[in-house]
Design a protein around this ligand. Structure first.
Ligand SMILES: *Cc1c(COP(=O)(O)O)cnc(C)c1O
Length: 462
């Protein structure tokens, strides 16, 4: 009997893993979660890949062939250039840093996307189908998605970025990929224009169907699943799965920290999950008051966390509401209509037990990067610094070790890091010639029919 996935809004078909993978968003607008949480065994002290296969197996059971799955997991992490995928660095005083940025694009999103790209290809090939993945990026997500999909047989990928508005390193991480199934569009407009363009393509029903449009965005359950693994690995390295460990997570869309909650629901001993935010602090305000209250997005030094509506929070609300999809749907309808909503005192009480949160502004981030570089020689990127600040500020029990998740390599955000430390961080060797590689991209006007024509002429799904 395959594991079943249900929607957080309770009104979409129940699916198995592979269908939930390919659909992404449920038809009722909800997000897929397993019908019940599998419980982990005691585990051992295996390699990252061994633990990954074991931890994820119950989530794909009955849907993906176990041997093929193990092969995909092994393959996904073979390109990570670090000691056993995600090194754990001791910062002293019970604080540890887990480096999740040693994948191809130097951010933690590679950990999920490297696997998800392979899973997509595997399942589509098995079904004899092909998809066209389209996405908009303000910088980082695009390159992680491109690296995940490059050279995959059943997938073509088109990524739109705002022309002249991403950094050179970010652009080159996308445009220097020479695979024939990768297409970069530099759109004459802003990031919002790119996002609107993607939405317009999805809303064009005949186009959407003809090209079999799809997305690999952060609401996809498979991305959360792949992120559960490193919480377990961290605990194993610190003494075992029964060892109490708190985690501090720099948070945007809530996908990363929710994976920690899944690890906890599956039996890992995590007394506190600590959410770190920048000035876009809807989550710390929610944890404090039980009110979700959206405000305009403020640009900060940690752009991947410049988010007001954290899509994966819906999965936590579903748990808090005792899996009452209709209640979640009501709550989110109010939020969408009024820009704010509230949970009951009873639910808020529950939320306070296992969670802590705090927000930090750019000055605190710069100071943290400078201090850490000075003290330990470890150079943090601005996102990881938010995690370290949150770990220090919110640690409830000094006897319990805390792991701060480092989500990006400092060389991805060289300006901020140089401002803090006076030293410009260098790219790892394998990317050191990035600025000399040749680029492939197409400049297009902000015009739906021109973009659709480009997509249609360049992908294989038609
Ligand atoms: C995406 C991202 C985050 C936020 O992760 P969520 O899962 O969206 O909460 C944090 N740091 C970096 C570097 C990222 O790329």
């Amino acid at each position: 009997m395959p594991v079943q996935y249900v929607s957080t809004r309770g009104a979409a078909p129940v699916l198995d893993f592979a269908d939930a993978l390919l659909v992404g968003l449920a038809t009722d607008g909800g997000l897929y979660v397993p019908k019940s949480w599998p419980q982990m065994g005691d585990g051992g002290s295996g390699s990252y890949v061994e633990t990954a296969v074991e931890v994820m197996a119950p989530f794909v059971a009955g849907s993906i062939d176990p041997d093929s799955f193990a092969e995909m997991v092994s393959d996904a992490y073979s390109g990570f250039e670090a000691d056993d995928v995600a090194p754990l660095v001791d910062l002293g005083g019970g604080l540890h840093l887990m480096e999740l940025f040693h994948g191809p694009t130097l951010a933690f999103k590679d950990i999920a996307l490297q696997l998800v790209g392979r899973l997509f290809d595997y399942e589509l090939t098995r079904r004899g189908e092909r998809v066209t993945i389209v996405g908009a990026t303000s910088g980082d997500t695009g390159s992680a998605a491109i690296e995940a999909c490059r050279d995959r047989q059943s997938v073509d990928i088109v990524i739109l970025h705002p022309a002249g508005r991403v950094t050179e390193v970010q652009r080159r991480q996308m445009t220097t990929v020479q695979s024939s199934n990768v297409h970069n569009v530099a759109l004459d407009g802003t990031f919002d224009d790119c996002q609107d363009m993607v939405k317009a393509m999805f809303a064009d029903e005949p186009f959407r169907t003809r090209l079999n449009l799809s997305a690999v965005n952060s609401i996809n359950w498979a991305r959360v699943m792949a992120q559960v693994v490193y919480y377990v690995v961290a605990a194993e390295r610190l003494g075992g799965r029964c060892q109490a460990v708190d985690f501090a997570v720099p948070t945007g869309n809530f996908g990363n920290v929710f994976a920690g909650h899944v690890a906890r629901l599956s039996g890992l001993n995590v007394p506190k999950l600590i959410v770190g935010s920048n000035r876009n602090d809807i989550l710390p305000r929610f944890f404090r008051d039980g009110r979700l209250d959206a405000r305009p997005v403020i640009p900060t030094l940690s752009p991947s966390m410049d988010i007001q509506i954290s899509s994966n929070l819906e999965r936590l609300l579903f748990e808090l509401e005792d899996r009452d999809g209709a209640a979640v749907a009501r709550l989110l309808r109010t939020f969408r209509e009024k820009g704010s909503t509230e949970i009951s005192e009873r639910l808020h009480g529950r939320l306070v037990e296992g969670w802590a949160s705090a927000r930090f502004d750019d000055d605190q981030v710069l100071m943290c990067i400078a201090e850490e570089a000075d003290k330990s020689g470890i150079v943090l990127d601005p996102h990881s610094a938010v995690g370290v600040l949150a770990a220090r500020a919110c640690r409830p029990d000094p006897a319990v070790p805390v792991v701060a998740l480092a989500t990006a390599h400092p060389a991805k955000f060289p300006d901020a890091v140089e401002k803090a430390t006076g030293v410009r961080p260098v790219l790892p060797d394998r990317l050191s010639d990035l600025l000399d590689r040749s680029e492939r991209m197409t400049n297009l006007p902000n015009d739906l029919s021109e973009v659709e024509t480009f997509v249609e002429e360049h992908v294989r799904a038609v």
